[in-house]
Write a protein that binds this ligand. Structure first.
Ligand code: C5P
Length: 256
């Protein structure tokens, strides 16, 4: 049996950084919104575990979050789960859209299904990364603490235009910059990592300026998005931009 699962991206509709913790992480409060832009994870039981990747470039296949998810699930279930895995990337890396996290969560769900194993997927997901647990449920959620304590809220139908300047930002760099450049949260800048990201990557300031005041950064950057009235206006807006763009709509929780 082969299964193919969409690994959907997210946008942070807002993001407040509350404090730096003793363990080096930061307590945050953010609204996570799943969108229909997605990678594709294909899983087939096999003799041994392999991972192949197509689509947008991925720097390091060996450290891929999917392989981390696979190893942790094997550990938790004390079983070998040999699987031929293929990942097709549509979500740019280092963009703040959670692509690698979503790939990991999707692999966990898919591997548990094809190998008929049970495990604490939420626990494994939060070991892989702070926003991985969100991708087990999707929809819309308020995320607290490291970003892994989730409170689902209703999903509003929404369209987004997304623009990515091709700059890969590393999440730890942006959080470290926040320690010295905390920035203020406001209606015009609902993501409190924005100033920190602009400090890490000054070229991003010019990009943000060229987009205009209605655009917001997602996560730790560097992609920006704006709310659009409908699909046509989102397509209209992205058609005029000379960078990687996408039109996406909000999606509700995955369900079982
Ligand atoms: O949890 P994740 O592996 O995605 O985090 C990557 C890095 O980003 C952490 O090692 C930490 O430096 C930073 N981070 C943070 N506070 C968070 C989430 C991430 O400081 N809430």
């Amino acid at each position: 049996m082969t299964i193919a699962l969409p690994a959907r991206a997210k946008l942070n509709l807002d993001l407040a950084v509350l404090r730096r913790r003793d363990d080096g992480y930061h307590d945050i409060r953010t609204t996570l919104q799943a969108i229909d832009l997605h990678d594709l994870v294909t899983l087939t039981p096999a003799q041994e575990t392999t991972l192949t990747i197509t689509g947008l470039p991925v720097k390091n296949t060996k450290d891929n979050t999917i392989l981390k998810a696979h190893a942790l699930l094997e550990q938790a279930t004390k079983k070998k789960l040999p699987t031929e895995i293929h990942l097709h990337k549509n979500i740019p890396a280092g963009a703040g859209m959670g692509g690698a996290s979503s790939d990991a969560a999707t692999a966990l769900r898919g591997l548990a299904a094809i190998h008929h194993v049970n495990a604490d997927l939420h626990g494994i997901a939060s070991q892989i990364g702070s926003d991985v647990p969100f991708f087990l449920i999707g929809g819309t959620a308020i995320a607290d603490q490291r970003g892994d304590h989730l409170t689902p809220v209703p999903t509003n139908p929404q369209w987004f235009a997304i623009a990515w300047p091709g700059i890969e930002l590393l999440t730890p760099d942006v959080y470290r910059a926040w320690d010295t450049v905390p920035g203020k949260i406001s209606e015009a800048m609902p993501n409190q990592l924005t100033e920190a990201a602009l400090t890490v990557e000054p070229n991003l300031r010019e990009f943000a300026k060229s987009l205009g005041p209605t655009w917001r950064m997602t996560g730790s950057g560097s992609a920006y998005f704006c709310h659009c009235a409908d699909e046509a206006s989102a397509r209209n807006i992205t058609a005029g931009l000379k960078c990687w763009t996408a039109v996406a709509q909000a999606v509700g929780p995955w369900g079982e």
